[in-house]
Design a protein around this ligand. Structure first.
Ligand SMILES: Cc1ncc(COP(=O)(O)O)c(C=O)c1O
Length: 428
């Protein structure tokens, strides 16, 4: 039932409730989004799944690595690219930039002019890490469960500039215990805290708001790696009080590969200095000959520099519309319920669940291990017939577990498939 060329048709009012109809250009059957979506409405989520070209030869459970794109996004990229190639234009325009960033702002809880386009989370993290005015001896706190993309930049800066990177291992017991672990590392030299909203290692949701309050009280800078949260769940960067947040377009946001977003608060834009700069970074006039003066544009666009692939960001806009039309609350209710069902099922089987048990701390990423098989072998076992599950091994933090990521194109039948596979592996 995959249909090419979906676009937002109309916001119709049906029975007093808003219903968004996403219709095909060719007039084919509509993909109607009802006003009230149940997280376990299997028929609806199957229809959502049908909007993706992702095939059924295996069960895809690695959105934490890479998200699949809906056809509507792929079509948007192709259409834009075809149109631009007819005249050989870049296609960049201020209006288009702001339009797409406004949608991103609705997903992340910020203004369009606090967002910069990047290629991925790693680029966003690097912009923040390398743009901060840190001196030798200044301390940065992070966790042992971070992804390499938000780790190596800090270690490289430690080697280059003599900053000190300090780590704590996230507790699975309580949010308060994690606050305590951060507090235990604070010294008068603490300048910066860098951690994930949802960790790639166990899918743990860290207490963003409480950490933001600590950062404000102690007056240090606060960066959030959002690679695993934007598109998985509602995000509200402003309410957390973080100064910057980076994410990838190509994971839970379902966008084209090689797209990313970086939020930098107005206040932080004055402190995090752009290091790669060019035509997109500068506002107004610059003078190379007499004064050597220039001004940065007064938005987060200052972190952008040269020509980009505009069709890719148009595709990201279409993917974000797709999520917004379904509603992030609905997406999260579905994702969280699948995560809970998987976690509970693994507990019942007797697997060792490495993700948090608490409902407000686990996400739709669940990491686990079993006694009788190392994770690499388990990954191979589950990847082969008859299971055919695409998973990801987790070596971060020395966990040696297997990670399952569940997004809106997965359903409870996929959860059952994982449990059946793990049950078989435990008996192998
Ligand atoms: C928490 C986290 N940060 C950063 C990254 C790096 O993402 P990218 O390669 O898109 O920069 C990942 C990738 O999985 C991640 O999980």
């Amino acid at each position: 039932m995959l249909r090419r060329h979906f676009f937002r048709d109309a916001l119709a009012v049906v029975g007093g409730a808003a219903t968004l109809a996403v219709a095909s250009r060719a007039g084919a059957q509509e993909f109607k989004i009802p006003a009230h979506i149940q997280h376990d409405d299997a028929a609806f989520w199957r229809l959502v799944r049908d909007q993706f070209p992702l095939n059924h030869k295996r069960t895809y459970l690695n959105t934490g690595g890479l998200g699949a794109s809906p056809q509507v996004s792929i079509d948007a990229v192709q259409d834009k690219m075809n149109a631009l190639e007819e005249t050989s234009e870049v296609g960049h325009s201020h209006d288009l930039w702001v339009q797409i960033k406004s949608r991103a702002g609705r997903l992340l809880g910020c203004e369009a002019d606090e967002l910069a386009y990047t290629r991925n989370t790693t680029e966003g993290s690097n912009i923040v890490c390398n743009g901060l005015p840190l001196k030798p001896g200044d301390e940065v706190i992070t966790t042992t469960h971070e992804h390499v993309g938000n780790t190596i930049d800090w270690i490289a800066r430690q080697r280059r500039d003599g900053i000190v990177v300090k780590t704590f291992t996230p507790s699975m017991k309580s949010a308060q215990e994690n606050i305590d672990r951060i507090e235990a590392l604070l010294t008068p030299k603490t300048r910066f805290l860098s951690l994930s909203h949802v960790t790639c290692a166990t899918g743990q949701i860290l207490p963003m708001k409480a950490i933001g309050e600590l950062a404000a009280a102690q007056d240090f800078w606060y960066f959030v790696d959002g690679a695993q949260s934007a598109g998985m769940m509602p995000v509200d960067v402003k309410s957390w009080g973080c100064h910057a947040y980076a994410t990838s377009g190509h994971k839970w946001l379902l966008g084209p590969k090689g797209t990313g977003l970086l939020y930098v608060s107005k206040e932080a834009q004055e402190v995090i200095e752009p290091r790669s700069v060019g035509a997109y970074s500068a506002g107004g006039e610059w003078d190379m000959i007499t004064t050597g003066e220039f001004e940065f544009v007064d938005t987060a666009q200052r972190y952008e520099y040269g020509t980009v692939n505009v069709p890719m960001f148009v595709g990201l806009g279409a993917s974000m519309d797709f999520l917004l039309d379904i509603g992030m609350d609905n997406v999260w209710a579905h994702n969280h319920a699948m995560g809970a069902a998987l976690k509970d099922g693994l507990n019942e089987l007797g697997a060792e669940v490495l993700s948090p048990q608490a409902s407000d701390e686990h996400s739709s990423i669940i990491t686990f291990k079993i006694d009788n098989m190392p994770y690499s072998e388990l990954q191979g076992f589950l990847g082969r017939e008859p299971h055919k599950l695409r998973t990801r091994g987790i070596y971060e933090g020395g966990l040696n577990g297997l990670r399952i990521s569940l997004h809106l194109y997965n359903d409870f039948a996929d959860v059952e498939r994982v449990l059946a596979g793990v049950g078989a592996a435990m008996k192998a």
